[in-house]
Design a protein around this ligand. Structure first.
Ligand code: 1GP
Length: 253
């Protein structure tokens, strides 16, 4: 079964939690232990990526070590063409639809497509939408995004609807890693309204299980957390608190 199909099958049961590992932040010696703890605590997939300094040997070794340590899907979450590795199970093939720079909408995808085919990586087409306050984060700055404004949820609605019409398998609303606050509930609700039952990922600036549940109640299906887990003394307890709250949260439909 493909990674996408396995995630969709799980999503029919309950919302999901993904753990983001940034090799540049954590280093590959810690990454495998960290991922194994996160899996034991109930996270549903490991995302590997970062905007700055994630490439080459550091990325390949991190992916290989994590792959050896866990059975859950290991999925690339690339910040640029350098963020790809043949050793993962799948790649979130991101188009940053609200970038000012066509490189991040379709250029990097074209440049990476032939090597991704050669490696046989499973591709999961994902519309990546950076919301406020993402302009102040590395993803927003590097991706030259026009962050979707909190005061105008109709713009998020329009972008999410266009992502649905364009056939993306996932829509990812992103406040940016380490954002001062997460994606606003009104924007999550607007995207949900546009997407019907199609899967919606929300991440960036989520620091507590209560906030994660709030985003699910607003319409998210998958919550991504990175920074709050990297800083945790006890990774198992931190992930477990998120995963159990998210798995039992009631989704808005
Ligand atoms: C970033 O959405 C992810 O791409 C996770 O963000 O690091 O703020 O949890 P945090």
């Amino acid at each position: 079964m493909s990674v996408y199909d396995s995630l969709m099958e799980k999503l029919r049961e309950h919302p999901l939690h993904f753990t983001l590992i940034d090799p540049d932040e954590i280093g590959y010696d810690n990454a495998a232990r960290f991922a194994a703890e996160a899996e034991r605590a109930g996270t549903d997939a490991i995302l590997i990526g970062g905007t700055v300094g994630v490439q080459g040997e550091l990325l390949d070794e991190t992916v290989r070590k994590i792959k050896n340590a866990v059975k859950i899907p290991v999925i690339l979450f690339p910040g640029d063409i350098s963020g790809i590795s043949p050793f993962a199970d799948a790649i979130l093939y991101l188009s940053l639809l609200n970038s000012r720079n066509p490189y991040y909408i379709s250029g990097v995808q074209a440049l990476s497509a032939p090597i991704i085919l050669r490696w046989g990586l499973e591709v999961i087409p994902t519309a990546y939408l950076i919301t406020e306050p993402g302009g102040e984060t590395a993803a927003g700055w590097v991706g030259d995004a026009r962050p979707l404004p909190v005061r105008k949820p109709s713009i998020t609605y329009a972008y999410a609807l266009s992502a649905r019409f364009l056939g993306y398998k996932f829509v990812y609303l992103e406040a940016g890693s380490g954002a001062a606050y997460p994606v606003d509930d009104r924007l999550v609700m607007a995207a949900r309204k546009a997407l019907g039952n199609a899967p919606l990922i929300v991440g960036g600036g989520i620091r507590s299980p209560d906030v994660a549940v709030q985003k699910i109640q607003a319409g998210a299906d998958v919550i991504v957390t990175g920074t709050v887990l990297e800083g945790a003394d006890d990774v198992y307890s931190a992930v477990s608190a998120f995963a159990s709250a998210i798995h039992s949260a009631e989704r808005k439909r």
